[in-house]
Design a protein around this ligand. Structure first.
Ligand code: NAX
Length: 327
């Protein structure tokens, strides 16, 4: 058997972390042949709860789980990690302003970026989940100058999966019939869940694609505000569906996307589709041999353009706000 893959997860005792780490240990990302070593990172007050998570991992007797390391210092937690999932951050509370999160979270991602830079394995790939995810990813990336930018991604797969599910329900088909959905922009209420290039059973001859009213006035706001709707119902933000999205994101990054499919990931913008450089922007992507490539030949109409520009504007503003906090 090959050497175990070391995966670091921050916030591992939290809502999402608790839903995620058992899935990782069960082999849901790297498959049934690959052992995994987990590094679970928390803040000091949550270390006792993290010990409990580790005890439960032990009790599962997962055949693929070779070891579990617990750390409250990210440098220790990220040591030799080939994959890092940055979940830990302050979650959006009911009714809280998103901008308030920037102040709390930006400094954490400076520290974590530096720790990744100095301690992680050379091949580390980073996925930021903690909100504001795109901005936190930009901050971590900026603070890890020795790690190629292309190894940093922000999670927008939950939004992608939500769009797939809503489209499938509307068309009354299984979710596995839906392809080429895309999330553009920020993981926030300005994101653009786009079905302009989507296909069902390989074509666009379905009435749902002509139903502009449903697309613009139901689907888009529903996906944009789904996180808030879950909080309203559960009193807590999404956890199991978020963990599933992380699993999907990591698995596709590891194994590649199927032919004829694209998925959504927040990546450092290089200006494609006239998006602002430097922000982490969600694009439709394909993945092969670990290389993530933005699908670059999609035609956009004026509605698409307007939606993409609105999210880009928010991302630029968020980056400016963060710079006032962290310099
Ligand atoms: P919880 O508050 O349940 O868990 C967060 C955990 O992170 C806590 O255990 C806390 O002790 C820990 N933590 C805080 N700062 C840390 C640090 N510096 N280092 C290590 N651990 C730290 O929140 P949860 O519901 O798990 O959500 C986690 C984050 O994911 C939130 O920011 C949330 O907004 C975000 N989400 C992002 C999603 C996305 O699609 N990008 C979807 C799910 C989720 O809402």
């Amino acid at each position: 058997m090959a050497k175990p893959i070391r995966v670091a997860v921050t916030g591992a005792a939290g809502n999402v972390g608790y839903a995620l780490v058992f899935r990782l240990a069960a082999g849901d990302v790297f498959g049934p042949e690959r052992e995994i070593a987990l590094s679970l990172v928390e803040i000091p007050p949550a270390m006792q709860a993290l010990e409990g998570v580790a005890m439960e991992l032990e009790d599962c007797a997962f055949p693929l789980l070779s070891s579990v390391r617990l750390a409250s210092d990210p440098r220790e937690g990220f040591a030799d990690a080939s994959w890092a999932v940055l979940v830990g951050s302050k979650p959006r509370a009911k009714g809280a302003e998103r901008s308030a999160l920037i102040k709390d979270n930006a400094p954490l991602f400076v520290t974590q970026g530096q720790a990744l830079n100095n301690c992680a394995a050379q091949d580390v790939r980073v996925t930021v989940v903690g909100n504001p995810a795109n901005l936190n990813c930009a901050i971590a990336c900026q603070n890890a100058p020795d790690i190629p930018d292309s190894r940093f991604t922000a999670l927008t797969r939950l939004d992608h999966n939500r769009t797939v599910a809503q489209l499938a329900a509307r068309a009354q088909v299984g979710v596995n019939r839906v392809r080429k959905v895309a999330i553009w922009g920020n993981h926030s209420s300005t994101q653009y869940p786009c079905i302009a290039h989507a296909e069902i059973e390989g074509h666009r001859g379905w009435p749902v694609f002509q139903d502009t009213d449903w697309v613009r006035n139901v689907l888009v706001p529903q996906v944009q505000n789904r996180g808030a709707a879950i909080i309203e119902q559960r009193g807590q933000s999404s956890a199991a569906s978020a963990a599933q999205a992380v699993i999907d994101h990591l698995r596709d990054w590891y194994r590649g996307t199927p032919d004829g499919e694209f998925v959504s990931m927040g990546l450092k913008s290089r200006g494609l589709y006239s998006t602002p450089h430097d922000v982490f922007f969600s694009f439709p992507v394909t993945i092969a041999q670990g290389e993530v490539t933005v699908v670059s030949d999609l035609s956009l109409d004026s509605y698409d353009r307007c939606m993409i520009d609105a999210s880009a504007e928010e991302l630029v503003k968020e980056l400016k706000t963060a710079r006032t906090v962290i310099g």
